[in-house]
Every structure is written in C-alpha cells, then in structure tokens.
Design a protein around this ligand. Structure first.
Ligand code: FMN
Length: 193
C-alpha cells in the first residue's frame, strides 16, 4: 500500500522522551518529544526537531540547557498531560504530578522515576521556515540503577522505555522487546584476509 510521504512516522517507530526545561523566570516545563536522536555512536551530541511555537524551544533558547528524560511506559499518562498546550507560565511538573530530580550539571531538573537522564547544553540551533533543529551536547548522563546492569547496560525488559508508532488517527505507545539476536559492534568490521 502506497502512503503519503508525510506519513513517515506510520512506518518508523520513534523513541518518546520528556524534555524538561526552565524559563528565564524559573517556570518548570516538561514536554514529550519523538523527534530526537543521538548523532552518531559514539559521539556525545543529540539533535531534536521542534516546531517553532514550543515553550521548550523558547526555554532552550533563553537558558541554553535542557534535560532529556527517558520515561518508562508506566509514565505514559503523565507524558500525555505534558503534551497539552499549557501557556508558558504554567508549571507542567505540577500539572502532571511529576517529581523534580535535581540535575548534576544543568539548572533544569530531571524527572524522578525516569529510566535515564541526559543533561544537555545547547550547541547550535538550525532554524528553518517551520521548525528548528536543536543540537545539544550531553554534559552528564545517568541511567536509573533500578534499570541498569552492573556494566551500565539498560535492562530494557524491566525499564520498558516508552516508544511510539503513529497511525492515521493517533499514537500507539510501545516499548522494545528482545528480538533474539545480539551483535557485537566488531561484527561490522570485515577482517582483511
Ligand atoms: C508522543 C509525542 C511526541 C511529540 N514529539 C514532538 C516533537 O518531536 N517535536 C515537537 O515539536 N513536538 C512534539 N510533540 C508535541 C509537543 O509535546 C506538545 O506540543 C507540547 O505541548 C509542547 O509543549 P511546550 O510548548 O511546553 O514545549 C509530541 C507530542 C507527543 C504526545
């Protein structure tokens, strides 16, 4: 079945994160984001795409800082409260009943109960007519001990990090399951004979 080109998210599962920021007057904000990805393993930057009218984008522009919280699937109701278009003066931590978690390096708090926290500083904004690409450097990264193995790998079976698959009428929330195949990074390198 051929799909319209703008239905890319119908065929491409995305992660869901909660981005926490503070405004220059100190109002806390949290918003769900699907358009976010690390830029190339093993570097330390991330890029997110934002519509221009977002309190999150305004706050990042004003303060240069944000936290990428990875919510467990159990946090999906709070995620959807944060998706509402509250005015900028509303504290979205309070609206969604989120418990702030002091960050180590940046001013915006993280969200307690997340699977992991990436504290980020703005590196560059690439502004287009309708959207902005925000490149951030991860300056501090922590995975919740509840969901980490001793080696620092995520126990994603326990954590159930939230993901999404879009449909014609809405979003289906998902989380990853093991597909039964593990690959060492070294498998990508062909040995010279
Ligand atoms: C699962 C999900 C993913 C979303 N992903 C994005 C995104 O990648 N970029 C974006 O600009 N808005 C995205 N949104 C919409 C924003 O989260 C929503 O407009 C929110 O109210 C913005 O809050 P803010 O104005 O406080 O920043 C997403 C919403 C949901 C529910």
């Amino acid at each position: 079945m051929q799909l319209s080109p703008h239905k890319r998210e119908n065929v491409l599962p995305l992660p869901v994160v909660l981005i926490s920021t503070v405004s220059k007057t100190g109002t806390r904000n949290a918003a769900p984001w699907g358009n976010i990805t690390p830029i190339l393993r093993p570097l330390d930057e991330v890029v997110l795409a934002s519509w221009l009218r977002r309190d999150t984008l305004d706050n990042i522009r004003e303060t240069g800082e944000f936290v990428v919280n990875v919510p467990p699937a159990a946090m999906v109701e709070e995620v959807m409260v944060c998706a509402r278009n509250y005015p900028p003066e509303v504290d979205e931590f309070e609206e969604a009943g989120l418990t702030p978690r002091p960050s180590v390096v940046v001013a915006p708090p993280g969200i307690e109960g997340s699977v992991a926290w990436m504290e980020c500083r703005l590196v560059e904004e690439i502004t287009r007519e309708k959207y902005a690409l925000v490149i951030g450097k991860v300056v501090y990264l922590e995975v919740n001990d509840r969901y980490a193995t001793g080696e620092g790998n995520m126990d994603f079976g326990a954590a159930r990090p939230l993901c999404m698959v879009c449909g014609n009428d809405g979003i289906r929330f998902t989380y990853p399951v093991d597909a039964g195949r593990f690959a060492l990074y070294s498998e990508m390198f062909v040995r010279k004979p």
